[in-house]
Every structure is written in structure tokens, then in C-alpha cells.
Ligand binder design. Structure first.
Ligand code: F0G
Length: 385
């Protein structure tokens, strides 16, 4: 019932699960407290009786990164750091810029030039980060910056930072809280650098050990087909092989050499989990279905629904099981993608045209009552899905 910032935050409310003891030096923007939403139309599309979305896009900067960043930035404060840095496909940088600025730290951001959405780049600029666009992909820049951090003492706030993982654990604590501590059968999430799946696994492992829950859920990680090293690992096992030229319009998960793969493998194995991949076409259509639920999300998040549909069709997920999909980012993160999809202009990196199953074209008309009335009287096509 308290209105203290640490009790209002959907992360710090669960602070007994986190390695922080001093609430006087945390930086919070009121993160977490994200909605758990029923989506019957998406459930039907996936071939399930019901489907729940845990929408992390409802965070202050519009993605799940805020849950981890409040902890990471607070740790930077605790250590007396001045400058913090990250490499990002967009969301981490938006989040870090906001939290660092709120904490009075100087944010430095490294981005793969030309491969992040304008919404995310705009956030970094608006929140006041020194924004460096590098002519390389995410994996290459991460290597560079890890070396730079070691040499310069700049504090790195990528998901290799363990305090970010700690904060992200609370997404699962809040989910269980919302489910009255009943463990769902499945938790489904997109996989890029694999920090989130590592955090979720750690959360459930700890809550099980503490006796809050009797069992683990099964995890399903969904990757974009053009950036799917984790999927390939589970198909073949053996050695973990990075993808050298990852490609996907879901730029948030355009990652070929995910740093957290060893932890992520452990989480999949111990939970009886699975890894699936989704094509550009599947992601794009699933995203439009989530939109038609009145919910919406960014492309990477929609990989969840695309993957669930395939797993349900294959009988891996049964239609009567409880399934929670984590939507990782807000619908407005990538408006350019949305416009292109609905107007039939979206093209996969391979050059292949996406054929929108759920296109919704804007209609242009003169300022004339009769002409507008004509449009309104056209038969309305029932929304599929
Ligand atoms: N969904 C969104 C919207 C993301 O921004 C990311 C990662 C993921 C899913 C994948 O999560 O890396 O924990 O497996 N974005 C990072 C970034 C890499 O820089 O913003 P993951």
C-alpha cells in the first residue's frame, strides 16, 4: 500500500529476490507493473484455447530492458561510476540512456549503423546519450566494446552485466504474482542475445528453491529464422555455432553470436523447454494479429505468437495448456515496419516481398461528404485471424 518509489516499482517491490540492500541509492522510473492480457483472437490464430500476453512494452521506455536497467544503473551508482556504456540493437540503448540520465550518469551508446529502428534511435538522442553509430553488426561491436570497457574502466550495461539479469528476474515474479502463484505450463519469449531467457530461468530456479512454487514452467524460445544459432544448436547439439551474417527485419533480435548461450542452454534443458524459429512472413502476420487484438508489439515480440502457432500445430504445446507469451517491446518502437506491412511494401532481407495476410491500407479521399459516405458504405471485410 506504500507510495514510496521502491514499493511502487514493479522491480524493487520484489527486492528480497535481488542482491541490493540499500534502497536509498536506486534509480527508478516506475518500471514493471506491466499488464497480463488475455488475447482470444491471438489464441485462435495459434490454435490454442487461451493465450496470455505479459506486455513488457508497457514499461517507461517501452521494453523489458527497463526491468533490468533499473538494477544495472543502480549498481553503477553504488559503484560510484560516472560513465556507462552499452551496445544495442536499440532497446537496451533507449533504456540505458533514460536510466543513466535519470541517475546523473553519462550514457554512451554504440549502435550498428542503419540497423536499428528510428523510434529507438530517437529515444537514445532524446534521453541525452552520446550515440555512436558503428559500421559493423551487433556481435562485432559487442566484442569491441567489451575490450574498450576493460581498457577504459567505463561501466558496461549490456546483458553480460549480472545486475541487469537480476532486475529482469522480477518479470517472472510479477507474472506469478498476477497468476496468484500458479505456474503456467509454458512461458514463451523471443531470443536474441539470450539474456532474458537466462534471467527468467534463474527467477524460476530461485523461486522453486525458496518454496514459492512447486515446479518450473517449460520455456519456449523463438528466434528469427535468419538469426537462429540457438535454434540450430538444439536441432543438432554438438558445438554452439554462431551465425556470421544474421538477417531479420526484427532488428531487435538480429544477433548471430549471443553471449548468454551457455546459461540459456541450461534453462531450456532443466525446464524441458524447446527452441523454435519463425520466418519473416510468419513474424509479420503474427504481429498484425497481435495488433488486431488491440494489443500490438514490435516485430521481435511477435516471434512468440508465430512460434507458438508452429509448436501448437506440431503438438508440442497442447491446446488446453496455459501459455504466457512475453511481448518484449511496444508497438511504436518500429512504426516504419508497420506502415510497410499494411501497404504491401515490406520486404524480407532476402529481397522477398512479404505478402500481408492482414493488411489494413489507409484510404485517401477528397474533403467531400458524399465521397466519404461512399467509403463508409463499402462492405467491411471481416478481420481474419
Ligand atoms: N525482444 C526485444 C524487443 C529486444 O529488444 C531484444 C533484445 C530481445 C527480444 C531479445 O532478448 O537479447 O535477452 O534474448 N534486445 C537487445 C538490445 C539485444 O540491444 O536492445 P535477449
Amino acid at each position: 500500500m506504500s507510495n514510496a518509489p521502491e514499493d511502487r516499482s514493479g522491480v524493487w517491490r520484489y527486492r528480497e529476490l535481488l542482491p541490493f540492500d540499500d534502497m536509498r541509492r536506486i534509480v527508478t522510473l516506475g518500471e514493471g507493473n506491466t499488464a497480463l492480457l488475455e488475447a482470444p483472437r491471438a489464441a485462435q490464430y495459434a490454435g490454442l484455447d487461451a493465450l496470455l500476453f505479459k506486455h513488457q512494452g508497457f514499461n517507461p521506455t517501452g521494453s523489458f530492458k527497463d526491468n533490468g536497467m533499473t538494477a544495472g544503473a543502480s549498481q553503477a551508482l553504488r559503484l560510484g561510476m560516472r560513465k556507462v556504456a552499452c551496445v544495442s540493437t536499440g532497446n537496451t540503448s533507449a533504456s540505458m540512456a533514460a536510466y543513466a540520465s535519470a541517475a546523473g550518469l553519462a550514457p554512451v551508446i554504440f549502435l550498428p549503423r542503419g540497423n536499428i529502428s528510428y523510434g529507438k534511435l530517437a529515444q537514445a538522442l532524446e534521453y541525452g546519450a552520446l550515440t555512436i553509430q558503428v559500421e559493423a553488426n551487433f556481435d562485432e561491436i559487442l566484442k569491441l566494446v567489451r575490450e574498450l570497457a576493460e581498457k577504459t574502466g567505463i561501466y558496461l550495461l549490456n546483458s553480460v552485466n549480472p545486475f541487469r539479469i537480476e532486475g529482469q528476474k522480477t518479470i517472472m515474479a510479477e507474472l506469478l504474482d498476477q497468476l496468484d502463484w500458479r505456474v503456467p505450463d509454458w512461458v514463451v519469449l523471443p531470443g536474441g542475445n539470450l539474456g532474458n531467457i537466462s534471467a527468467f530461468g534463474k527467477a524460476f530456479r530461485e523461486l522453486l528453491a525458496l518454496g514459492f512454487i512447486p515446479r518450473l514452467p517449460r520455456f519456449a524460445v523463438i528466434q528469427a529464422a535468419g538469426a537462429a544459432p540457438f535454434y540450430e544448436y538444439f536441432r543438432r547439439r554438438g558445438e554452439f555455432r554462431p551465425v556470421t551474417r544474421p538477417q531479420t527485419l526484427a532488428t531487435a533480435i538480429r544477433i548471430g553470436d549471443p553471449v548468454s548461450w551457455p546459461k540459456a542452454i541450461q534453462v531450456i534443458d532443466e525446464s524441458g523447454g524447446v527452441v523454435e524459429k519463425a520466418t519473416e512472413q510468419e513474424i509479420a502476420d503474427a504481429k498484425a494479429v497481435i495488433g488486431r487484438c488491440g494489443i500490438g508489439c514490435e516485430p521481435a515480440s511477435a516471434a512468440t505468437l508465430a512460434g507458438i502457432r508452429k509448436l501448437a500445430a506440431a503438438g508440442v504445446i497442447r491446446r488446453d495448456e496455459t501459455v504466457v507469451a512475453v511481448l518484449t517491446g511496444h508497438v511504436l518502437k518500429d512504426p516504419d515496419y508497420i506502415y510497410r506491412y499494411h501497404t504491401g511494401q515490406l520486404e524480407a532481407p532476402s529481397g522477398e516481398k512479404i505478402r500481408p495476410q492482414f493488411a489494413n491500407q489507409p484510404v485517401t479521399v477528397e474533403a467531400d461528404i458524399e465521397k466519404i459516405r461512399e467509403i463508409l458504405e463499402r462492405p467491411v471485410e471481416p478481420a481474419r485471424g
